[in-house]
Ligand binder design. Sequence first.
Ligand SMILES: Nc1ncnc2c1ncn2[C@@H]1O[C@H](COP(=O)(O)OP(=O)(O)OP(=O)(O)O)[C@@H](O)[C@H]1O
Ligand code: NI
Length: 318
Amino acid sequence: MLEVKNLGIHYFTLNGVVRAVEGVSFSIDKKEWVTFVGESGSGKSTVAHAILNVVPSPGRIVSGEIIFEGKNLLTLEKEALKEIRGREISMVFQDPMTSLDPLRKVGDQIAEVLMEHGVGNDEAYERARELLEKVNLPADRINSYPHQLSGGQRQRISIAMAMAFNPKLLIADEPTTALDVIVQDSIMDLIDELKAEGTSIFFVTHDISLAIERSDKIAVMYAGKLVEFGNVESILENPLHPYTKALLESVPDLWSESKEIKSIPGYPPDLRNPPGGCRFHPRCPFADERCRKMEPAYIEYEKGHFVACHLRGGVGSE
Ligand SMILES: Nc1ncnc2c1ncn2[C@@H]1O[C@H](COP(=O)(O)OP(=O)(O)OP(=O)(O)O)[C@@H](O)[C@H]1O
Ligand code: NI
């Protein structure tokens, strides 16, 4: 359904070119929930924005293709992309206020999304009420302003807007990070329901245990590279990349015998000047000469389970 090939994104800042995303390839099938994990700054949000070609300035997509149902979204005319945005592909963010206007009633805002895509006035308000119910908010909330709602309720509103047309793909960038645990769960349930109705989910989180619970596949980013991608089960049973292993070991619940949380020594690199070879090599306990010199190829190590690491074979490039 969605296929991303060799995606590269740079931020052209006054202090240099930030190579935020390089050579990222993956696909998402129908009704599949794929979660992107990785440390802060690894490029998760940048990839999320690229799908609808909305990488904020000074960022620019410098390579790659984003094929959605056979069309490359990166070469599509503005108008055609606008038709897809909000209708076939929608987005929710960590801060719902980025998609809500503080000065207008939430019902008007939901109805407007529908009317923008050709739904008539009365039907749009009717649908807005239905959508509020669907996200478990009372229909009279239609007359509320965003500031009259809690953070969780506001996130429900932005999900209601995202759901307006039963999108084929929902891009959710840390939609629950600002919320408390109980509210978090209820938002995750809503996204699950959407998936049950046929929507594919591109989800971004810092919280790997959240990723494990809900998703079908996990994508692990490190310093702008996709280092591992595969089914949740195969990644848990057989993490192929040393960084993935380290991430899993940093989750306390997973390794309850030891109760010890291991953090990964060192820091991610400055992406204006990333290390040569494998970007993880300065922090990798297994790094050798090859890892310092050659970039590991991204290979399908076992069916549906991809990795970029010299320890797992594959041919690299200088
Ligand atoms: N507007 C910008 N200008 C310059 N550099 C940027 C900009 N936005 C992001 N970057 C850089 O691009 C890289 C990727 O950032 P991105 O926000 O995609 O990471 P992330 O994985 O989503 O991190 P987080 O978990 O903190 O949200 C980082 O090195 C970041 O500093
Ligand atoms: Ni982010």
